[in-house]
Design a protein around this ligand. Structure first.
Ligand code: RP5
Length: 162
C-alpha cells in the first residue's frame, strides 16, 4: 500500500494533527510524519514534494496555520493528491483556511475544515481505497460504527426528554 505523508508547518501544529495520525494508525495505513515549513524550510518542502512519488507516497497531507502556504507549495511540485488542513493558530483559522483553499486553477489542494484532521486522514484513506478492497472494507466498518454511535445518541436523548 502507498504511504501517506503527514506534514505540519510547526511542532505547535501537532496537537491539531494528532487525530489524523491516530486515524491512519487505526486503518493500518503506513505513514510518515514530518515538520516542514513553506516559509522556514522552503527548500526541504520542495525536495520532499519532488521525491514523494518515488518514495512510495500516495497522498500528502499538509497542516499549517496563519498564512498557510504549505499545502500549496507541496502541490506545486507533485501531481500526487494533496490534502490541506487549515490550522486555527490565529484569526480563528480563517486566514489559514483561505490561504489553503483558494488555489489558482491548475494546482488543486483538497482542503478540509479548520482543524479537521480526522477528515484529512479519512479522505486520504478513501483515495487509497479506490484500488484497495481491504482498506475499503475497513472504511465501511468505521462508518458503520459511526452510524451506530449516532443512533445510540439519538435513542439516549429521546429517553432523556420523554
Ligand atoms: C505556521 O505558523 C505553522 O503551521 C503554525 O500553525 C504557525 C505558528 O508556528 P509557530 O510559531 O508555533 O512555530 O507556519
Amino acid at each position: 500500500m502507498r504511504k501517506v505523508a503527514v506534514i505540519m508547518g510547526s511542532d505547535s501544529d501537532l496537537p491539531t494533527v494528532t487525530p489524523c495520525i491516530e486515524t491512519l494508525k487505526r486503518l493500518g495505513i503506513p505513514f510518515a510524519v514530518r515538520i516542514i515549513s513553506a516559509h522556514r524550510t522552503p527548500e526541504v518542502a520542495r525536495a520532499f514534494s519532488v521525491g514523494a512519488r518515488k518514495e512510495g507516497f500516495g497522498v500528502l497531507i499538509a497542516a499549517a496555520g496563519k498564512a498557510a502556504h504549505l499545502a500549496g507549495t507541496l502541490a506545486a511540485h507533485t501531481t500526487l493528491p494533496v490534502i490541506g488542513i487549515p490550522v486555527g493558530a490565529s484569526l480563528g483559522g480563517m486566514d489559514a483556511l483561505l490561504s489553503t483553499v483558494q488555489m489558482p486553477p491548475g494546482i488543486p489542494v483538497a482542503t478540509v475544515g479548520i482543524d479537521a484532521a480526522q477528515n484529512a486522514a479519512l479522505l486520504a484513506a478513501q483515495m487509497l481505497a479506490i484500488g484497495d478492497a481491504v482498506l475499503c472494507e475497513k472504511l465501511d466498518a468505521m462508518r458503520a460504527d459511526m452510524t451506530a454511535a449516532a443512533r445510540r445518541k439519538d435513542e439516549a436523548i429521546q429517553d432523556q426528554f420523554e
